[in-house]
Design a binder for this molecule. Structure first.
Ligand SMILES: *[C@@H]1O[C@H](CO)[C@@H](O)[C@H](O)[C@H]1NC(C)=O
Ligand SMILES: *[C@@H]1O[C@H](CO)[C@@H](O)[C@H](O)[C@H]1NC(C)=O
Length: 176
């Protein structure tokens, strides 16, 4: 390759990333709206029986503390976002699996699931090669391999509370 092409490729890559980031932020804005406290309360608590829980893998309980600890271990921000997206696709699948289509929370959960699926597509096309090994381990062991992973009973609102809190942590500054 001639040397003169390098800056052009670099520019194209940067512009591609920026466009991807903008698409990501548009989805995040929709998620922020959906994940507003009153909606989480209504759809993930009031519409469910008292103390109802959903069974998820330990790795699917992704709290702000996990992010803090992974940042200390120098896991990069794109990898953390990838982890959050992968975890919540699985979480929403599990929430949807316990809801009949006529349940008053079904549409809400399905809309959230679709937004996360869109985010996942963004990651599949751009970031996969850059995902930190530590995050791959968590994703592969926890989310894709059922054997050997332990389960935890968690209230659906708690799952979405984690989802929202980690979203602010990861995207707060990025998608102003
Ligand atoms: C729900 O859980 C709380 C503690 O978390 C407990 O005090 C309460 O009795 C439970 N209610 C029912 C109906 O199981
Ligand atoms: C988050 O931390 C808890 C323990 O504090 C752990 O069980 C869980 O697997 C962690 N989740 C991820 C995705 O690393």
């Amino acid at each position: 390759m001639q040397l003169g092409y390098a800056p052009v490729f670099y520019l194209a890559a940067v512009l591609g990333l920026e466009a991807a980031m903008q698409r990501e932020c548009t989805i995040i804005q929709a998620l922020q709206d959906k994940l507003a406290y009153q909606r989480r309360l209504q759809y993930m608590k009031h519409n469910f029986p008292i103390n109802y829980t959903v069974n998820v893998h330990f790795q699917e309980v992704l709290r702000p503390a996990n992010i803090t600890s992974l940042r200390v271990q120098r896991v990069g921000e794109p990898s953390l976002r990838f982890l959050w997206v992968s975890v919540n696709v699985q979480v929403l699948k599990k929430v949807l699996a316990v809801l009949p289509e006529k349940h008053p929370s079904w549409e809400y959960a399905r809309d959230l699931f679709h937004l996360f699926e869109h985010l996942e597509e963004e990651y599949n096309s751009y970031d996969q090669g850059n995902v930190d090994a530590l995050v791959w381990d968590v994703v592969e062991q926890g989310l894709f391999a059922n054997a050997g992973s332990s389960w935890k009973a968690v209230r659906p609102k708690a799952l979405l509370d984690n989802c929202a809190k980690v979203m602010w942590l990861l995207y707060g500054a990025l998608c102003e």
